[in-house]
Write a protein that binds this ligand. Sequence first.
Ligand SMILES: NC(=O)c1ccc[n+]([C@@H]2O[C@H](COP(=O)([O-])OP(=O)(O)OC[C@H]3O[C@@H](n4cnc5c(N)ncnc54)[C@H](OP(=O)(O)O)[C@@H]3O)[C@@H](O)[C@H]2O)c1
Length: 345
Amino acid sequence: MGCKLTRYKLLLTLWDMTAPFMRRVAWIPEPGGPEVIEIRRDAVAPPSGADVLVRVEAVGLNHVENLVRSGRYAVSRSFPCPAGIEGAGVVVASGPEAGLDPGTRVAWTAGFGCCATMAVLPASILAPLPDGLAFEEGASLAHAALTAAGLIRHCPVPAGAAVLVWAAAGSVGQLLVAQLAARGVRVAGVASGGRTAAVMAAGADRAVDRSREDVSTAVRDWCGGSGVAAVFDPVGADTYRTNLGVLAARGCLVNYGQLSGALPEVALEDLMNAGSVFVTKYGPKARVIAPGDVGKVAADGLRTAAAAALRVPIAARFPLDRAADAYRALDHGPQGKVLVLPHAG
Ligand SMILES: NC(=O)c1ccc[n+]([C@@H]2O[C@H](COP(=O)([O-])OP(=O)(O)OC[C@H]3O[C@@H](n4cnc5c(N)ncnc54)[C@H](OP(=O)(O)O)[C@@H]3O)[C@@H](O)[C@H]2O)c1
C-alpha cells in the first residue's frame, strides 16, 4: 500500500493543480426514485480555503439518501444536486487552510455530492483511514461511526446497565455494540442467522437470533426480567410494540431509522402503561456533534472498528455508470453495504 501511495504522490506532482478538473458524477436532476439519477461530466474548480480535492475510491450508500431524494423524510434538499454522502479515497490537493498532504487516505460522511470520480470536500469532515481498513471498509463505516457516536451522546447509558440493539450486525449496529461494550454497558444485540457471530465479535453479552428466537422472551430472560435501560432501534414500525415491552421503568426507546416503516402514532397512555418510558427519534438535528467535529468523531469510530477488527459485509458493488441500480438495490433490504466504485470498469 505504501509503495502504491508513493507512486501516486509522484503522479500528483505532475498534475496542474490550478486548472479546473473534469469528473464524472451521479447527478439528481429532480426529486424521485433511483430512475431520476443520471451520469454527467462536469468541471470542478481546484480546492481553496479549507477544502480538499479527493479521488473517490468507494462510495457507501445509505437508506436515508433514497428517503430524502423521494421526499419521504423530514430533512429535505434542493434539486438538482449530485448524489452521495459517504465514501473513502485519497487526497489529491488541499486548499491552503486544509493541511492535508496529497496521498493521505481518508474516509468521510456528510460529503454531499461525493458519488463521483473526484470530489471537493471540507477538511473538517475527513477522517484519516487507519492502516487496517481498506477504502471499501472506510466507505462502509464512516457514516455508521458518526451515527453510533451520536446515539451514545444522545442517550448516555451508565456502565453496568443493560441495553438492546436491533440490527446489531449492520454497520451502525456493530459500532454501537463495540462502543457501548467498551464503556462497560451490557448489550443484547439482535441479528438473524449466522450474522449473530458478528454481534458477539463486536462485544455483545448476548446475541439474539431473530430468525429463530422470540426477541421479547430472550431479552427478558437475559436481563433477569427487569427490562433494559435503553433500546437502540433503526427498524421502526415492526419492533415498536416489542420495544415498549422490554424496556425497564423509565427506560428510553431511541429510534433512528425506519427500515420497516415509520413508528406508529406514539400514544402517551401506552408509554405510561409500559413504565412511563421515553421515546425519542434521533437524527442530525439532535446537535450532539458539532459540524466542525464530524471528521474527528468519525476518525474515533474508524479507529474502534480497526482495533476491534469489525467487518461489515459488502452486499453489492456497482460501477458509477450503474449508480441508479445501486440506489435501487438499497430498497431491497440488502444484508450489508451497497457500494459504488467510481473507477471500476
Ligand atoms: N438517524 C440517523 O442519523 C441515521 C444514521 C445512519 C443510519 N440510520 C438508519 O439506520 C438504519 C441501519 O443502518 P445500517 O447502515 O446499520 O443498516 P444495515 O447495515 O443495512 O442493517 C440493516 C439490518 O437491519 C435488520 N433489519 C431489517 N429489517 C428488519 C426488521 N423488519 N426487523 C428487524 N431487523 C431488521 C437486518 O439485519 P438482521 O437480519 O441481521 O437482523 C438488516 O440487515 C437505516 O435505517 C438507516 O437509515 C439513521
